[in-house]
Design a protein around this ligand. Structure first.
Ligand code: NAP
Length: 282
């Protein structure tokens, strides 16, 4: 079975749109997401455009602030301070990566944690690892939603995550652990990677290398979640970290690229914006 993140996210966004439509009568306004884009990297531009489009679908107000790549860190911090102080801004997202002269850590830490819709602020990360209420990072949150929507049982199962980044690998491993999976995190220094991945009943791949996971690395009937977004060097088309065509017949459940984890990430961003808005109303 292929889990279509595109279809699932469309259903979830329609539900959110119905919820948000009632907000002006109840709260006087709709949630407001501010997105900051620094520079003109085509990947970042396309992500920011996707976020604006999803906001429009859900009925969330979206302000995209575009700044040149040579903006000074102090100026960016000033914009964040203004958005933090603006009572009518519920979510703030700085599109990553940032130019090298700007410290991503400093920028993320400057965002008010109650408006940190990406869930990257150190206090949100700490809360996640302490099982405290927090804003969950969008990609890992979307992955768990996909597994649940597909009826995949997580508790007690052997899960392997390849990748240990702060935005995908580590938090998805923690969320799988919270769902009571037995979790292994593999990375570039893992020895005998194929032996490790063949143990996986649930395999989450977040590496960033086209078709890196080959059919011999996957157990019969495994659930395979492909987070990677790459260009296929042969065709130039988008592809994941997993050799989808070869693995799809062997897996019990698999996600495609495009149309899998990507749309769910944006969908969870919408959900996080609504959650930040509603927390403020209480
Ligand atoms: P990242 O920060 O570059 O991390 C990549 C991870 O993969 C690292 O932990 C690295 O190990 C590991 N790795 C690299 N080569 C490996 C190898 N040969 N064997 C085993 N592990 C290896 O990347 P990321 O930000 O997590 O993103 C991963 C991919 O997901 C990218 O393609 C990105 O575009 C995509 N992505 C998609 C979404 C979405 O919504 N669909 C969201 C975020 C990211 P070390 O730690 O040892 O270096």
């Amino acid at each position: 079975m292929t889990i279509s993140g595109k279809e699932l996210s469309a259903r979830l966004k329609a539900d959110m749109a119905a919820e948000v439509a009632a907000f002006p009568a109840r709260y006087g306004r709709v949630p407001h997401l501010a997105v900051i884009l620094v520079g003109e990297d085509p990947g970042s531009v396309s992500y920011v455009t996707g976020k604006a489009k999803a906001s429009a679908e859900v009925g969330i107000r979206n302000t995209t602030i575009r700044k040149p790549a040579d903006i000074a860190e102090e100026e960016l911090l000033g914009i964040i301070a203004e958005l933090n102080a603006d009572a009518e801004v519920d979510g703030i997202l700085v599109q990553l990566p940032l130019p090298k002269h700007i410290s991503e850590e400093r920028i993320i830490a400057a965002i008010d944690k109650t408006k940190d819709v990406d869930g990257f602020h150190p206090l949100n990360v700490a809360a996640l690892w302490q099982k405290q209420p927090c804003t969950l990072p969008c990609t890992p949150k979307g992955i768990i939603k996909m597994l649940k929507a597909a009826g995949v049982e997580i508790a007690g199962r052997e899960a392997v995550v390849i990748g240990r980044s702060n935005i995908v690998g580590l938090p998805v491993a923690k969320l799988l652990l919270d769902e009571n999976a037995t979790v292994t995190i593999a990375h570039s220094r893992t020895r005998n990677l194929a032996e490790v991945t063949r143990r996986a009943e649930i395999l989450v791949v977040a590496i960033g290398r086209p078709k890196f996971v080959t059919v011999d690395m996957v157990a019969d009937g495994a659930v395979v979640i492909d987070v990677g977004v790459n260009r296929d060097p042969e065709t130039g088309k988008l592809c994941g970290d997993v050799d989808y065509a070869a693995i799809e017949p062997k897996a019990s459940v698999i996600t495609p690229v495009p149309g899998g984890v990507g749309p769910m990430t944006i969908c969870c961003l919408m959900e996080n914006t609504i959650e930040c808005f509603l927390r403020k109303q209480k």
